[in-house]
Design a protein. Structure first.
Length: 562
């Protein structure tokens, strides 16, 4: 075990002894039991045994079978979701306490099951960051939950972030066994977690692989020791693997291209999730800097079964989370939609009709859409100006291209792409593109961004895909595009050279039709998400605006839908 991992591991034991405990508890309206999902061969010859916490509604006759909401992930250790928690009571980790208390999952007649991925909680083995091992865990857990004694055979996979990722793994491996999928702010492949097209995300993301190894090593709760949960303790102890931890960190931080020779990242692509026919309720935030906004469309847009989505102007939050100011936000009606969706596919129950997509624009208004990106989006191009910048972590130079003031409102909805024409003297130049909404005073708000590495040398074109957005640029505002090497979201590996930009375009999808209620897109309940206030902002000087004028194909004014 490395010194840093050993230190973190010992610190966890110290926390268990001296920290104020955060109580684990069994929900008052649920029965709790544990189960172990074993392979046909004993560990380590076969797959590791996985631990599961099972919560079923109270008040039902013995032997009642329930539809199952199944969550599979790294956050269900009885001692807490992360290394800073230290429960001392007995019971499951209530990661989904809001689903229990606010959503009233047991009153709706569902069992809630939480399965530890390998290495975490009471499961054997060592985590592999969404690799073949964890994919196997998901497939086995789904198959087990479908036939378990408490299950009626209907299984919906449920989660957010990492356990949203396991939902995508479920679509990839087990579409024939899943009844539904509830996927919130997920990862859709391992590479996108740490990189965007060869550019590593910020410095804290270099630490992320190590954090998961410490979470894997995190010991059980005190209650597991005092109440004699020997199977749970044995599963945890069998999962301690310092050599595996070190390899995980080395691979995840060291393999910076998707097509690495080891095939590490390709093994985490989950291609079979695309085109799944499982009924899926998906949510994601356009402002999410954790599981970035490029983690939904490549899978979401391909799904062939019934689907419903919330795409809003929020960070890495659950769709139901209350606005801090107490305003009437998305939390007011999320659970109604969730259980309407689940009841339809899990119970064949009457349901409320839901629009395929609910989307929040940059003005904070929610509307329904038939598809996302909307079908009436038309690409319009902004010409990129020539110039140069230094590919160095200390450089602040940037090439601006700024449009004339808009003559009418314009709505961007979907994925923006840039084609940057450039000349380099060495390979692996970092190229970052950001574009901004600039008002009459020079105050700018970021619309979207994207990054990539130009692996060639000499003259060529680097294509950059920016994050999807739904943004209204108002009349008399300008659109400003930056091409540069640095952005606070990223910590790239610089090439140290001067990059010469000779031109190119930024092409964004602008909607043709206005989104008034009379046009068939009703405005939905909910006020502006509080996260809008955290949208990145800057001031663009009048001198920069004057010196950076460019041409563009301004879209026509939006009209009512025919």
């Amino acid at each position: 075990m490395t010194r840093s991992l050993r230190g973190a591991f010992l610190a966890l034991f110290a926390l268990l002894v001296v920290a104020a405990p955060a109580s684990a508890e069994i929900p008052a309206n649920a029965n709790w039991s544990e189960a172990y999902i074993s392979d046909s061969l004993p560990y380590p010859a076969g797959q590791p045994t996985l631990h599961a916490d099972i919560m079923t509604p109270k008040g039902y006759p013995a032997g009642t079978k329930f539809p199952v909401i199944l969550s599979i992930g790294p956050y269900f250790n009885h001692s807490g979701q992360t290394m800073g928690e230290t429960p001392d009571g007995e019971g499951p980790q209530l990661r989904w306490n809001d689903l229990i208390k606010d959503g009233k999952v047991f009153e709706h007649g569902y069992a809630l099951v939480q399965v530890d991925l390998r290495g975490f909680g009471g499961s054997q083995g060592c985590n592999d960051f969404g690799g073949p091992g964890e994919q196997n865990d998901v497939a086995r857990a789904i198959a087990w939950a479908k036939t378990a004694g408490f299950s009626d055979g209907h299984v919906a996979i449920f989660g957010k972030s990492y356990d949203g990722w396991t939902g995508v793994m479920g679509l990839n491996s087990s579409s024939d066994k899943l009844t539904a999928a509830i996927i919130q702010s997920p990862i859709i492949d391992g590479y996108r977690t740490l990189y965007q097209d060869g550019v590593h995300y910020g410095s804290t993301w270099y630490a992320t692989p190590g954090i998961y190894q410490v979470d894997d090593a995190m010991p059980p709760a005190l209650g597991d020791f005092t109440d004699g949960h020997t199977d749970y303790i044995a599963g945890w102890a069998t999962g301690e693997n310092p050599a595996c931890y070190a390899t995980n960190i080395l691979m995840q931080d060291g393999l910076q291209t998707h097509d690495d020779a080891a095939g590490f990242w390709k093994a985490r692509d989950l291609p079979n999730a695309r085109g799944s026919s499982v009924p899926t309720f998906w949510s994601h935030g356009f402002l999410d800097v954790n599981t970035k906004p490029d983690n939904f469309l490549p899978v979401w847009s391909t799904l062939k079964g019934p689907k419903h989505a919330w795409f809003g102007q929020y960070h890495h939050t659950r769709p139901n989370e209350d606005d801090s100011d107490g305003s009437t936000g998305r939390h007011q009606y999320f659970y109604g939609e969730l259980f309407s969706f689940l009841d339809e596919y899990m119970k064949a129950a009457p349901h409320v009709a839901l629009p395929p997509v609910e989307v929040e624009d940059s003005d904070g208004k929610w509307r329904s859409e038939d598809v996302f990106p909307p079908a009436d989006g038309v690409n319009h191009a902004i010409a990129l100006r020539a110039g140069s910048y230094t590919d160095s972590p200390t450089a602040s130079d940037t090439i601006w291209s700024i449009t004339p003031a808009l003559t009418h409102d314009a709505r961007i909805s979907g994925v923006t792409r840039a084609a940057v024409k450039l000349t380099t003297t060495t390979p692996n130049a970092v190229v970052i593109v950001r574009y901004w909404d600039i008002d009459g005073t020079g105050a700018a708000a970021m619309i979207s961004r994207g990054a990539g590495v130009y692996t060639g040398m000499g003259a060529g074109t680097k294509d950059i895909e920016l994050y999807p957005a739904d943004y209204i640029v108002h009349k008399d505002h300008r659109i400003g595009v930056e091409v540069t090497a640095n952005d606070g979201l990223y910590t790239p590996t610089p090439s140290g050279q001067t990059v010469t930009v000779t031109g190119g375009t930024l092409t964004a999808p602008f909607l043709t039709w206005s989104r008034a209620k009379a046009d068939g897109w009703p405005q939905l309940p909910g006020t502006k998400s509080k996260d809008q206030s955290g949208r990145e902002k800057k001031t663009v000087t009048a001198a920069t605006i004057a010196a950076s004028q460019t041409t563009w194909d301004e879209p026509p004014a939006m009209v009512a839908r025919p």
